[in-house]
Design a protein around this ligand. Structure first.
Ligand code: PGA
Length: 250
């Protein structure tokens, strides 16, 4: 299976000009990268810029989506609008959104809304702290079960899960996750999926790692941790680093 690399630009860059430059370099990297599916998730208002550089190897996604289909919802963007812009994916349940009050129920509604319009959710799960007793496992189980509630079996082929431990994400990360920690949770998430659905679905669902991915640890997560791909934040804004990540896992 081709590896998946999600480039989560977050609230960057600060100008249209810089966004164009970043799209251009990302699309050039995609041209030469082997066996990797790249999903670029820029801020909504830069999505249209990608049209200039269209290339089948780069897919487009958003960083969030409304749980509503349309209507009077100030500041929201619907799945239909997203799909009309040529995007096929949306990140949901990112830790930075959850910290603003997004619940598993809201994330579940967003997922069902995306699927209704044939878009693929990239569901982020992950605990904020790890305890020796292992209660982070039941926390992640609750997130997976709550967010996938009522998702029909036939739709599971459209779901991507990214494990992003809050403690390893962004500039305030307390430490890096290890590939063993990822491998443990990957097996655990697959077991949860297998309990809800079946072993076949559990086997085929891609589980990515995200949280301070860089050119050095990328290969460890993919080779040692058996990640199906990576969700990259800061280093996706630097073409040299993104290129190095793609090279090392390609
Ligand atoms: P990071 O962000 O790579 O900058 O830690 C990852 C993410 O939050 O998606």
């Amino acid at each position: 299976m081709a590896k998946i690399v999600v480039a989560n630009w977050k609230m960057n860059p600060q100008s249209k000009k810089e966004a164009e430059v970043l799209f251009k370099s990302t699309f050039l990297l995609a041209k030469v990268s082997q066996n990797t599916k790249i999903i670029v998730c820029p801020p909504f208002l830069y999505l249209y810029l990608s049209e200039k550089f269209k290339n089948k190897k780069v897919l487009l996604g958003a960083q969030n989506i409304s749980k509503e289909e349309g209507g009077s919802h100030t500041g929201e963007v619907s799945p239909k609008m997203l799909s009309d812009m040529g995007a096929g994916f949306a990140i949901v349940g990112h830790g930075e959104e959850r910290s603003l009050g997004e619940t598993n129920k809201i994330i579940n509604e967003k997922i069902l809304n995306l699927l209704k319009f044939k878009l693929s959710p990239i569901l982020c799960v992950g605990e904020s702290t790890r305890d020796k007793e292992g209660s982070y496992l039941s926390f992640v189980e609750g997130q997976v079960k709550g967010c996938l509630l009522d998702v029909p079996k036939a739709q599971m082929k459209n779901i991507i899960i990214a494990y992003e431990p809050i403690w390893a994400i962004g500039a305030s990360a307390t430490r890096e996750a290890t590939c063993e920690e990822f491998m443990e949770i990957k097996i655990f998430i697959k077991k949860v999926i297998s309990d809800i659905y079946d072993g076949k679905i559990a086997h085929s669902i891609p589980i990515l790692y995200g949280g301070s991915v860089n050119p050095v640890n990328a290969k460890l997560f993919v080779d040692g941790g058996k990640a199906d791909g990576l969700l990259v934040g800061r280093d996706s804004l630097d073409p040299k680093k993104l290129g190095a990540i793609l090279n090392t896992i390609g």
